[in-house]
Design a protein around this ligand. Structure first.
Ligand SMILES: *Cc1c(COP(=O)(O)O)cnc(C)c1O
Length: 311
């Protein structure tokens, strides 16, 4: 089912509103399906293959209360009849966010972890214990990891003919997976520009410096707008401006990508890198955490099917 979705050709559209600059395009990963959206679909595709090889009954992963990753995982599990478990950062007594309500409705078992427990999520012993207790294949937070990188290789064909490809960076998995696939292509490799949405004191930069293959790339560090998940007024205003232009953006990732792009272009009057592709990595369900509408939610119960194999 997921393979089928990902093999559909996704639209590449002109970035609206950039009049002086007619060679900027947007790859709409948010249009994969209303609910399994964005780069998470590609990353999960890689993990799904690995999970099948591992022969585990369930898929387990970690995320915050607005996690795009848990949302996509729950949707996928519900569609494929695979039981899913979400280890959620936060406390059980808090009301469910719209994101977690969806996850719950789609059959995901939610395990709430306090700060101290959640802090162990990268610890391999902790992961092994979770895997054994729940007979689960454990997917790292944010859907990171080598399997996810492999899934992102499917993005490479879209980049042909572009001089630059821009995308937002959380864990850096999508950027890395794309870079590894691009070096295998026969066409001229575009320059990759990542926009870091996490204020991490250079941690992602160091990680990527160690991992990135031999491609031209840069990580822009000045566009997190106050830190992960922060949505100050200028980002909110940008989202409203693009809503009016027909391009829905999410506050955590894609609005910051477009903001970075606009700033870099206006800073340099002579900016002409040739054809540019911005990757819209989805995440629109997260708009609900910021009092922004998410139209798909209106016809949201796309997945009514009960979960099979969930005890
Ligand atoms: C998770 C996510 C990202 C970040 O992807 P990484 O592979 O972790 O860098 C970017 N955009 C959206 C919408 C996401 O949900």
């Amino acid at each position: 089912m997921l393979e089928h979705l990902l093999q559909r050709t996704l639209p590449i559209e002109a970035l609206p509103g950039i009049h002086h600059f007619n060679s900027v395009s947007v790859l709409r990963l948010d249009k994969i399906s209303p609910l399994i959206s964005g780069n998470k679909a590609f990353k999960l595709q890689g993990h799904l293959t690995a999970a099948q090889d591992a022969g585990r009954a369930r898929l387990l992963s970690f995320g915050g209360p607005f996690s795009n990753h848990l949302h996509a995982l729950a949707a996928l599990g519900s569609q494929l009849g695979i039981a899913t478990i979400g280890v959620v950062r936060g406390y059980e007594h808090l009301p469910l966010t719209p994101t977690l309500e969806d996850c719950h409705r789609w059959g995901m078992t939610l395990l709430f972890a306090d700060k101290k427990t959640y802090a162990q999520r990268y610890d391999s012993d902790y992961q092994k214990r979770l895997a054994a207790t729940h007979d689960a294949y454990v997917i790292p937070e944010g859907g990171a990891g080598l399997a996810a990188q492999a899934g992102c290789a499917l993005l490479a064909p879209y980049c042909e003919g572009f001089a630059q490809v821009w995308l937002s960076v959380g864990t850096g998995t999508t950027l890395l997976g794309l870079a590894n696939a691009l070096v295998q292509q026969s066409y001229h490799c575009p320059e990759l520009i990542g926009v870091n949405v996490v204020a991490d004191q250079g941690e992602r930069q160091r990680f990527l410096q160690q991992q990135m293959p031999n491609v031209r790339w840069r990580l822009l560090e000045d566009y997190h707008a106050g830190g992960f998940g922060r949505c100050p007024d200028h980002i909110q205003a940008l989202i409203e401006r693009y809503d009016a232009l027909g391009l829905p953006l999410d506050p955590v990732y894609t609005a910051k990508l477009v903001h970075a792009f606009e700033c870099e272009v206006s800073r340099d009057e002579a900016f002409s890198a040739g054809k540019i592709l911005l990757i819209h990595t989805g995440g629109l369900q997260g708009r609900r955490g910021y009092q922004l509408s998410w139209p798909e939610a209106l016809h949201g119960s796309v997945f009514q099917r009960p979960v099979i194999g969930h005890d």
